[in-house]
Design a protein around this ligand. Structure first.
Ligand SMILES: [Zn+2]
Length: 129
């Protein structure tokens, strides 16, 4: 629920800003004209260096938001008790973590355990306790 609330909050702020000031459509138009200016070798509203740095920061900020939102979503859906399968409530056993799961653990900043259901085909991550 938290990722949805976060997305609704950001969307509300952006929509409110657009409705009250047209700032978003002006910014999008300026970014578009900045790309056109670079492609056609014309002057833009800002220097090319400043424009490229700004666009890179926009992309970095958006990607960071995506990663943080995905991590929050994944953490919410992770098994809290690794001994019990979240699918069938049967037992689980530890399995070796994949490289992706190790990267995920570092990004999350929490110790995780890869688990596999003993009575079904469930496999996933659980918080280490
Ligand atoms: Zn199971």
């Amino acid at each position: 629920m938290r990722p949805v609330a976060s997305a609704v909050s950001v969307a509300s702020v952006l929509l409110g800003l657009e409705l009250a000031t047209k700032a978003i459509s002006l910014a999008v138009g300026r970014v578009g004209s900045g790309f056109s200016a670079i492609m056609n070798g014309l002057d833009s509203h800002v220097s090319t260096t400043r424009f490229v740095c700004g666009v890179l920061l926009l992309v970095l900020g958006f990607l960071t938001w995506l990663v943080v939102t995905a991590l929050a979503y994944a953490e919410q859906h992770m098994a809290r008790n690794g001994d019990r399968c979240p699918s069938c409530k049967g037992g689980t056993h530890r399995v070796k973590r994949t490289k992706t799961q190790k990267i995920f653990e570092r990004l999350l900043g929490r110790e995780l355990s890869a688990r596999h259901g003993e009575e079904c085909e469930w496999s996933g991550l659980a918080l280490k306790y």
